[in-house]
Design a protein around this ligand. Structure first.
Ligand code: C2E
Ligand code: CA
Ligand code: CA
Length: 574
């Protein structure tokens, strides 16, 4: 140890002030030529050199050659100012394994003792420490997920981004139903374990860009960018469905199986009413409270307070569950005919709900609701079986229709059990799969084209045909249509409605006819109400029509009577 520098207590603080703050790793004294006079024991250990060897070196030799100039400049500054000067430099740590360590050097010129006092700390370590601190502030120690603090700053950023890019941000608050039950029945260790598992599942269910946080003991959040206003609700429903089905899987704790369910409050920002910042959390919270009051295991979207639809929707929702229990649903069938000859080739199955008080509730009023609360899988599965069954029943009565067309919701389509359900329906009824058509929408295909292709190919391999429903209202690009195994396009009713008067609609229908022909797809025009529309469609080359001109959707028995009294006739087999 160099005697000159050992006892310099008055000078040490000037270096140590910053050094103490920064948890110093290296303290030393060098002479005017930067040769080491004093190095603390801890610093020797930190650098990894032998003390004798170090005393033979100058500071220049510990700095990589490209930083020598910077070191000299630092020394010159310290010399001139007589104050603390800092720079970020590298030191060569150890000779055998030279590792570059980033150091902040504080040099002070001490006039009575020619030379400099140095203190340094490893910046990378300091950064790690700072990062660890920040991590602790923004994370939850039980699950390792980000916490409410992190969510709040992420929310501000997400809302600002949504406004800036004219898109929407969505927030789901996921609350485990009656979680106290677990704590009571199995103890807090089990509770913690299941919360960790739930965190893992939600994170696993989330895709890139969907930010998962734990906001309270048994409450989680998923924040994501939900695209345009047309896409936002579907995007949010999709995430909610993934989260709910992840939580619905059985949990195991010490060999014991338990089930959890969750309620989700969903909010989309901005909506028509709430535009101010930090509203997402409030809106989602509000929706979550509603989800809880309606009994849990459900997704509720935030609807502004003063909106009467709010209460109506909640009522309808409870009724929908009741309706399922009481078997209030039935199917109507609408014929699809050859446009020229008029013979019926198939029927579209359309669901009907006979509400005990409101009477017949149209599907447009309850399908979106059934989708948002996860009932659509149940209903869709029922529709599928009932439709297949009906076709087989008609066969046995001597009315052999080519096919039955069934509407498939995106949620149903993305349900893992869908293929299995379809196979079951076919097996149960013995229907030839080539007599089953699924009507799907463009947005369903576009949501996850790879996954959609896989599923379509699996089902098409069974013999099932696919029709794109409401065609023309979505993306309509030739290149994407080609990649899916499709059989039909159903041109949306909105184009037919003003077909005779709108040149624009005529141009669209003409283009779709051309597209269908070039792709070898059958084309069905929906919503044909007049003979004039039918004639124009025939002229334009549209193969098949469906609409009130031919028949409304009817109960199976009524439809059969139309065949019997010859108001409808079957297309003769080709
Ligand atoms: P969609 O698939 O486009 O079904 C055609 C709708 O147009 C039916 O309404 C039908 O009654 C109506 N329609 C048929 N011809 C005419 C016409 O000439 N003029 C007019 N103005 N309307 C006509 P509906 O039965 O009320 O069904 C509405 C929507 O509900 C359906 O639209 C479909 O998206 C959905 N939906 C119906 N049943 C089911 C189902 O079982 N599952 C699913 N996922 N969705 C269904
Ligand atoms: Ca349809
Ligand atoms: Ca349609």
């Amino acid at each position: 140890m160099h005697p000159a520098a050992v006892n310099e207590p008055e000078r040490a603080p000037s270096v140590a002030t910053e050094a103490t703050l920064a948890a110093v790793d290296f303290v030393a004294q060098v002479d005017a030529s930067l040769r080491f006079c004093y190095v603390s024991a801890g610093s020797i250990e930190f650098l990894g050199y032998h003390r004798d060897y170090l005393s033979s070196l100058t500071l220049h030799e510990l700095v990589p050659s490209h930083e020598i100039d910077e070191l000299d400049a630092l020394v010159a500054r310290a010399q001139q100012s007589g104050k603390l000067e800092t720079a970020t430099l590298h030191l060569l740590k150890s000779l055998t394994t030279p590792i570059l360590v980033e150091l902040r050097i504080v040099a002070t010129h001490t006039p009575d003792l020619p030379g400099f006092a140095l203190a340094a700390f490893e910046v990378s370590q300091w950064r790690d420490r700072e990062a660890a601190l920040r991590h602790a502030l923004n994370h939850d120690s039980l699950t390792g997920l980000e916490n409410l603090t992190a969510l709040k700053s992420a929310l501000d950023a997400a809302q600002a981004e949504a406004i800036h890019t004219h898109t929407h941000a969505a927030l789901l608050l996921v609350d485990i139903d009656d979680f106290q039950r677990i704590n009571r029945a199995l103890g807090y260790d089990a509770g913690d374990d299941m919360l960790r598992e739930t965190a893992r599942r939600i994170q696993h269910a989330a895709r890139a860009g969907e930010r998962v946080t734990r906001v309270a003991s048994d409450e989680f959040a998923v924040l994501f960018s939900a695209g345009t206003s047309a896409e936002a609700a579907t995007a949010a429903e999709d995430v909610a469905r993934r989260v709910l089905s992840a939580i619905a899987q059985p949990y195991r704790y010490r060999g014991q199986h338990t089930h959890l369910s969750a309620s989700i409050g969903a909010a989309i920002f901005p909506d028509e009413i709430e535009q101010d910042s930090s509203s997402l959390l409030r809106m989602a919270d509000h929706a979550l409270a509603q989800a809880k009051t309606s009994g849990g295991n459900i997704v509720v979207f935030h609807v502004p307070d003063d909106d009467p639809r709010n209460a109506e929707r909640l009522n309808l929702e409870a009724d929908l569950y009741e309706g399922v229990r009481n078997g209030e649903f039935s199917l109507h069938f609408q014929p699809i005919t050859q446009s020229r000859g008029g013979g019926v080739v198939g029927v579209e199955a359309l669901i009907r709900w006979q509400h005990p008080v409101h009477g017949l509730v149209p599907p447009t009023a309850f399908i979106p609701l059934a989708e948002s609360i996860g009932l659509i899988n149940y209903l869709g599965n029922w529709v599928l079986k009932a439709a297949c069954m009906q076709l087989v029943q008609w066969d046995s009565e001597g009315f052999v229709l080519d096919y039955v067309s069934v509407n498939v919701s995106p949620q149903q389509f993305r349900d893992k059990r869908f293929t299995q359900n379809v196979k079951e329906a076919l097996q149960l009824t013995g229907l030839d799969p080539s007599r089953l058509v699924f009507e799907i929408t463009e947005s369903l295909l576009m949501h996850d084209p790879e996954e959609a292709t896989r599923l379509l190919e699996t089902l098409a391999a069974l013999g099932i045909a696919f029709a794109v429903d409401d065609f023309g209202t979505g993306y309509s690009s030739l290149s994407y249509l080609q990649r899916f195994p499709l059989s039909k396009l159903k041109i949306d009713r909105s184009f037919i409605e003003n077909l005779l008067t709108s040149r624009n609609n005529q141009a669209i229908v003409a283009a779709v006819v051309g597209l269908a022909k070039s792709l070898g797809l059958e084309l069905v025009a929906e919503g044909v109400e007049t003979q004039a529309q039918r004639e124009l469609l025939i002229e334009m080359g549209c193969d098949q029509i469906q609409g009130w001109l031919i028949s409304k959707a009817l109960p199976a028995g009524d439809l059969m009577r139309c065949f019997q009294d010859k108001t409808l006739f079957l297309q003769a087999p080709l």
